[in-house]
Write a protein of this length. Structure first.
Lengths: 166, 595
């Protein structure tokens, strides 16, 4: 899986670092908790820039290359920041046969970004995800975890408008 | 004592449909009417009929209200719960017969189902351990620990004929016996809840609807195999499942059902959750264990098998969620309870996630040997919009397509494999005449290319080359030699890949090629996509006899490809057309077709 690496300067706060340090202190004796620490770190910072990977590698006493290796292996870890509104279109089989590709196309067209990208103002990011398990509502997409089900491409502009005017 | 119980589905499907708000509104309205001592609202797991969500059932009447809206709640509380008058307009129409409410078990969707793994889903409050205990929960564990030896437990599981529900179909009892036979200072039990097969959601439903049965089953497995620790590896995409399972583990610990000296038997067992991070290959058992250890989830060669050298290098038994969900019932009721259901080689029941072009999308559990036709037509309620059944895809990215000519096969492990498909985890996606089988094969290949971990060359490079051939075909540039090369490459990848992901990756291509060869040839020779799904091979045309010259299509065309003046027949410039379909959607006279 190819991952986009962010060039945006890192803007972590001391408060975020304190939160991450607390997680690391709890887990550092058990190396198998590396993924857990990285998941928590992504929750704190929203993504895993190099600076955060270094903190984790030093804190957990594992090589940086291992942290980077794990970060690039799993779809969940992001090396670039997400938008304020993170849109995720399900490309599971049930959603695909019900037309989720058209949803992605429509959202891309409206926002002017391809999957994996973020709008220049940092407001929206778009990604394709694998089955969220709401196949009964296919096709679905989520915006910051809120699920929109049984959607057609025509419904998309109205839904996005709600967030655009925010 | 409550005089009435209102069960509201709290599964992912219904929660996404705002069932949480229904519960809040119900509780508020019930309180306003002063009925909180008489009526209890219970948030349960999945009822299965996700297509009609959000769902609620009112007992003792057994009224099945479907597609309920928050605005409907005051009426339900006022009319039904206060005055005892059923709100007929909200009843699932199949449950109404001649003014009477029919039991749910007599509706087409539920009639042929037999729930073993899902028996508590949609029945109990999954966050209440006492409700689970009231439904025979932990009785199987008590029986195993106090009346049976570990050998008895394994023998019962072997005799039951239970086979792994994650896809492989390996006999569960034998798997347990291998781990039991190995001596070690530490052994583990692992539950595979990394449900990566897109379109399958039975494991999630079990964890959400009946988490204690997994805790109980894993503890029994620990006793049988001599393990004292267990891990459940769950997808991070399933937050509700993770939260309920964690609560179940905490509650079981508080009740002494996990931890030291369970039931005073001297047996210790404890459980931990590990979250996956979105990698399909982690559903493969060795990759999953590598991931639990905190590494990139790459598979490793077997042997040594996990029963010898598994998690943290120790003997480990790994089973899928649905496999474990059957265990308590087998221990409690004996092997015969289970092996009298199903077919010669596949015993018991199987849960299928019905999705795609089918009316009743949702979860169904049927005895092995039920025919595909019964599942699609009777339980699933057929194909929407009067379209024709074309194929059912079973087994996800590792499986294959079953065409209409195979609708009458009895579904079990061996029948599916013999026809180039596989059980997989039980995802069953129905497709109609608008779906192009080459495009579907391409869809699955894209998935495998994305998810290939990159460790072995046949899978990493081979699947990519295979995808390129499919892209060539769907863009109209394929040749007959490409088809031969495609078949050869499929065979090569199957034979030479390291793990199950690569070995099964060509299945979607091979099975669609086997059953829908005509469609492949139409793409290659005629440069046509018969289903009209492959954009590059489709042209839009206006039927002159139907066009009234209303100009609506021309006004909606984003690239100005449609010409014609008012009340004159319009034409499409195919060189400019980007095939977006805006004209078809906007034509009031259905005068535009894809060819």
């Amino acid at each position: 899986m190819v991952k986009k690496i962010s060039t945006i300067p890192f803007k972590g706060t001391p408060d975020q670092k304190a939160q991450l340090d607390a997680v690391i202190a709890e887990c550092k004796d058990d190396k198998s908790q590396l993924m857990h620490v990285m998941q928590e770190a992504q929750g704190i910072y929203g993504y895993l820039p190099r600076e955060v990977q270094v903190m984790i590698a030093e804190g957990m006493d594992v090589p940086l290359e291992k942290v980077y290796g794990v970060a690039t292996f799993y779809a969940q870890f992001s090396l670039s920041p997400k938008g304020e509104y993170d849109i995720s279109v399900c490309l599971g089989t049930a959603c695909y046969v019900k037309g989720s590709q058209q949803l992605t196309d429509k959202i891309s067209e409206i926002l002017g970004i391809a999957p994996g990208e973020c709008t220049p103002d940092g407001k929206f990011s778009l990604e394709e995800c694998r089955c969220i398990g709401a196949c009964g509502l296919a096709p679905v997409f989520t915006i910051n975890g809120e699920v929109y089900g049984k959607i057609t491409a025509d419904d998309v502009p109205g839904i996005l408008a709600k967030y655009m005017n925010d | 004592m409550y005089r009435s119980h209102v069960l509201v589905c709290g599964g992912t499907g219904c929660t996404s449909n705002h069932s949480g708000e229904l519960i809040e509104a119900l509780e508020k309205n019930i309180k306003e009417k002063g009925l909180e001592e008489e009526i209890k609202v219970v948030k349960t797991g999945c009822f299965g009929l996700c297509a009609l969500g959000p769902i609620m059932i009112v007992y003792p009447e057994g009224c099945f209200y479907s597609e309920v809206n928050v605005d409907d709640i005051p009426e339900i509380v006022e009319e039904h719960l206060l005055k005892g008058r059923i709100v007929k307009r909200l009843l699932y129409k199949e449950t109404v017969e001649a003014e009477n409410v029919k039991p749910l078990s007599e509706t087409n969707f539920y009639k042929k189902q037999h729930r073993v793994a899902l028996r508590n889903c949609g029945v109990i409050d999954p966050e209440n351990i006492e409700e689970y205990i009231a439904y025979d929960g932990y009785a199987a564990l008590a029986k195993a620990l106090t009346e049976m030896t570990p050998e008895d437990v394994i023998k019962t599981v072997i005799d039951s004929g239970l086979r792994g529900r994650g896809g492989g179909g390996f006999p569960t009892g034998r798997k347990w016996s291998f781990t039991a036979a190995n001596k070690a200072d530490q052994k583990y039990v692992v539950c595979n809840a990394d449900e990566g097969d897109p379109g399958a959601f039975m494991d999630r439903s079990v964890l959400e609807g009946d988490p204690h049965c997994i805790v109980e089953a894993m503890t029994i497995c620990g006793y049988a195999t001599g393990a004292t620790e267990g891990y459940v590896y769950v997808r991070a995409e399933y937050p509700i499942a993770v939260q309920r399972l964690q609560k179940a583990i905490d509650d079981a610990r508080a009740y002494g059902l996990l931890g030291k000296n369970i039931f005073g038997s001297g047996f210790d067992f404890d459980l931990f959750i590990r979250l996956g991070a979105g990698a399909f290959v982690c559903g493969e058992e060795t990759a999953l264990m590598t991931s639990i250890e905190g590494n990139r989830g790459e598979p490793r060669p077997r042997p040594p098998y996990p029963a010898v050298k598994g998690l943290f290098g120790k003997p480990t038994t790994e089973n899928n969620v649905e496999t474990f969900a059957n265990i308590p019932q087998i221990i409690l009721h004996g092997a015969e309870f289970f092996n009298t259901m199903g077919t010669e080689t596949s015993k018991g029941t199987k849960v299928f996630a019905l999705g795609g072009k089918i009316n009743n999308t949702g979860l169904v559990e049927v005895p092995m040997g039920t025919t595909l036709r019964e599942i699609v037509e009777d339980i699933g309620g057929g194909i929407p919009n009067g379209k024709k059944f074309k194929a059912a895809q079973s087994g996800g990215p590792s499986g294959g397509c079953l065409p209409a000519s195979l609708l009458d096969i009895e579904i079990d492990y061996d029948n599916l494999v013999a026809r180039g498909a596989m059980m997989g985890s039980g995802g069953l996606i129905v497709m109609d005449e608008d779906d192009c089988m080459v495009d579907i094969a391409k869809f699955f290949l894209k998935f495998t290319v994305d998810e290939s971990c990159g460790k072995c060359t046949p899978c990493r490079v081979g699947t990519r080359r295979l995808l390129e051939i499919l892209e060539k075909i769907t863009s109209g540039n394929g040749t007959m030699e490409d088809l031969d090369r495609m078949e050869y490459l499929c065979k090569y990848i199957k034979e030479n890949s390291l793990c199950g992901l690569g070995q099964t990756a060509p299945n979607p291509v091979l099975s669609t090629y086997q059953f829908f060869k005509d469609e492949y040839i139409a793409h290659v020779v005629d440069k046509k996509c018969p289903a009209g799904a492959c954009k590059d091979l489709v042209n839009f045309e206006i039927i002159p006899d139907l066009c009234k010259g209303c100009t609506k299509c021309a006004r909606n065309c984003p690239v100005g490809a449609i010409e014609g003046s008012v009340k004159q027949v319009h034409t499409i410039d195919t060189a400019k057309c980007i095939k977006c379909g805006a004209c078809i959607d906007n034509c009031p006279f259905k005068a535009i077709i894809k060819k």
